[in-house]
Ligand binder design. Structure first.
Ligand code: PDD
Length: 283
């Protein structure tokens, strides 16, 4: 069965899904996106994703292409037409089509594109049992990483650095030597006294939805969380390290830049949170 995309009002086979060459997303990366996990046909954390989508639009003064209710209906229809059970729903809104000129056009209409691809969450769970490797890389992004902008070239280069090194993710490090987040994930460490540490969302990172849910799950397990910057050196010396994202859940990191984290296997805290997040998705 061909995958179906939603493009500006139409449901079309992916092979026929096109946008205009003067779309500002294409020419200026003038747009934002969201990614929502779909588990057993249900969107995970839909409301927080809608909140973040609307916030991103507001921060860039891009008009919402439709209200939340109709947009949710379109999400459901894309999921239905793709017969998606376990999937990743990708939503992109750009400022639309206009003659190329840097300033905002007076009369463009936002463009909305939605795609859906399958995700094997059993494979994600198996990966979490084994743990993943990461490498570090300077964070060369801009000052508005709180906006989920499609301007992702630094993230693309960082992810490729991980692939080139045979690793799963890149841990980004700011100019002061502190970990910001991953190329497409949030990063956490567990200190030797068992405290969970992750950078504050006020400190130029994406406010991850999985980060938020995992925080709530950790509180429910009476874990202590500190929101603060931590250095790359601290991360390498941590008892545990893990990442969070909609498609990876909570994923233990067992090696950073070739250094084993802890004993080089997934630690108890990250493993517990990985399982708790899976349960949350399945609920
Ligand atoms: N990435 N940080 C960055 C830079 C991200 O791009 C993402 C998400 C996250 C985690 O956010 P969330 O928990 O809401 O998925 C953190 C998505 C999955 C992507 O770009 O495909």
């Amino acid at each position: 069965m061909s995958r179906i995309a939603y493009v500006n009002g139409a449901y079309v086979p992916l092979s026929h899904a096109y946008v205009h060459i003067e779309d500002r997303g294409y020419q200026f990366a003038d747009g934002i996106y969201e990614g929502i996990a779909v588990r057993r046909g249900r969107m995970v954390d839909l409301e927080p994703h809608l909140n973040r989508l609307w916030r991103s639009l507001g921060e860039l003064s891009i008009q919402a292409p439709m209200d939340r209710g109709p947009m949710t209906a379109v999400f459901k229809e894309v999921i239905r037409q793709n017969r998606a059970r376990d999937a990743f729903l990708y939503i992109q809104v750009t400022r639309g089509v206009a003659k190329r000129d840097h300033g905002f056009p007076a009369d463009s209409w936002p463009a909305l594109v939605i795609t859906c691809r399958r995700v094997d969450f059993d494979q994600v769970a198996a990966r979490a049992k084994a743990g993943v490797k990461a490498v570090s890389h300077p964070d060369i992004r801009w000052g508005r990483c709180d906006v989920k902008s499609v301007s992702l070239l630094p993230n693309v280069l960082a992810k490729q650095a991980a692939r080139d090194a045979g690793a799963f993710e890149t841990v980004l490090v700011d100019k002061d030597g502190f970990v910001t987040e991953g190329s497409s994930t949030n990063i956490w460490m567990v200190t030797k006294d068992g405290t969970l540490v992750t950078r504050s969302t006020a400190d130029n990172i994406l406010p991850g939805i999985t980060r938020m849910t995992v925080s709530e799950l950790a509180h429910g397990h009476q874990m202590v969380i500190e929101e603060r910057a931590f250095s790359l050196e601290e991360a390498k010396d941590a008892a545990e390290l893990f990442l969070t994202s909609s498609t990876a859940g909570a994923m233990p990191i067992i090696e950073l830049d070739g250094n084993k984290i802890g004993d080089g296997t997934p630690g108890p805290v990250a493993s517990r949170l990985a399982a708790a997040y899976m349960d949350f998705m399945n609920a």
